[in-house]
Design a binder for this molecule. Structure first.
Ligand SMILES: [Zn+2]
Length: 159
């Protein structure tokens, strides 16, 4: 699997378990670890100020504006400070699911309605397996989107 030393996007390993309490300062929900390189890749105008090393967390509460937070001294980043839409925090379409290949809830639903199939999900599964995804620098959560995609696909198929 993958080249040694190359960061894996987490598809197979899943997210890191949270070892210490790290709650979002805005909504109080615990956040999942997110690599520094994800913030560096997705934050707009980050270059003028050096980002602290972290640890950084991703808040996945749909109603919360905060996307990234760190320890008490670290700045907090809200969704309007990212260069991409955070699908889970958006109420209006499109809701991006896969940032590497551009799939959204809406695109999957449209494919299902047009063809009765979800080929894009199958090709995504292959792409992830072959390591062709860059979720760590494309997906705001820094984690692989495959789980979210499969969940969305299941919801679409069973509707
Ligand atoms: Zn939050």
């Amino acid at each position: 699997m993958g080249e040694p030393g190359k960061p894996h996007c987490g598809c197979c390993g899943g997210g890191e378990a949270l070892t210490e309490a790290a709650a979002c300062p805005a909504c109080g929900q615990p956040g999942r670890s997110v690599p520094l390189r994800t913030l560096q890749a997705l934050l707009a105008h980050h270059s003028d100020e050096a980002l602290p090393e972290g640890p950084w967390r991703f808040c996945d509460s749909p109603a919360c504006e905060v996307v990234y937070f760190g320890d008490r001294a670290a700045p907090v980043f809200r969704k309007n400070q990212l260069t991409v839409r955070v699908g889970i925090k958006e109420t209006a379409p499109p809701h991006p699911l896969c940032y590497c290949f551009g799939h959204s809830e809406e695109s999957l639903r449209a494919e299902w309605q047009a063809t009765g199939r979800l080929e894009s999900v199958e090709s995504l599964r292959v792409a992830v397996k072959e390591g062709r995804c860059r979720c760590d620098v494309k997906n705001p959560s820094g984690a692989c989107c495959l789980g979210d995609i499969l969940k969305a696909a299941k919801a679409i198929r069973t509707r």
